[in-house]
Design a protein. Sequence first.
Length: 220
Amino acid sequence: MTRNRVFAVLGAVLVVVGLVAVRHKRVVEKNGAPVLAELAPAVQVAVVRRGTLESVDHVLGEVLGAEEAEIAPRVSGAVREVLVREGDRVTRGAVLARLDTQELDDAVGSAEAEVEAARVAHEAQAASTSRDSVLFENHAISQEQWEHTQAARSAAAARFEVARRHLDQARARVGYAVARTGTAHAARGAPDLRPCARCASAGPADQGATGYARRPDAGG
């Protein structure tokens, strides 16, 4: 028994010695290992100067002017072209939209034909009146016939004048098919306008002020 106990003690001592040796070896290796140099953090150098820091925020909203000016159309028709978008800055007299002028152009053509027919009739009646004037002076026609000739000439002249007025009106309506900013309200000096982008101007364009375009309300 004593001998076996001695061997057990010796074995335990050898194990402890081995562990100590391994531990010592690891400590020596760790201490002898080269030390890695620490890397400096990357930095960027900038010159300090005084200035204004700008910050841009993107938000959704509706542009509202201090005052509004509704541009009422003077002619009806389909919108052919819209030249501005909602929120665009516009000036007085700027063209916002154009209406289709096919019907208006046809009306101008009809009025021109009416004027030409009235002109021919007026000239023919004028020539007839000149002849009847000579006949009346020579007592070849009666007073009643002469008065009838004069009345016919006056009627022809009146029809010619009416036809010319119709033509002027038809041509003016073609001009109304362009929607512009600039109304009586704007002429009083309102600096911010929100004109309807599909309506025709109700008056001559004014100059100088600016505003913002907006789409007309539903049903307006």
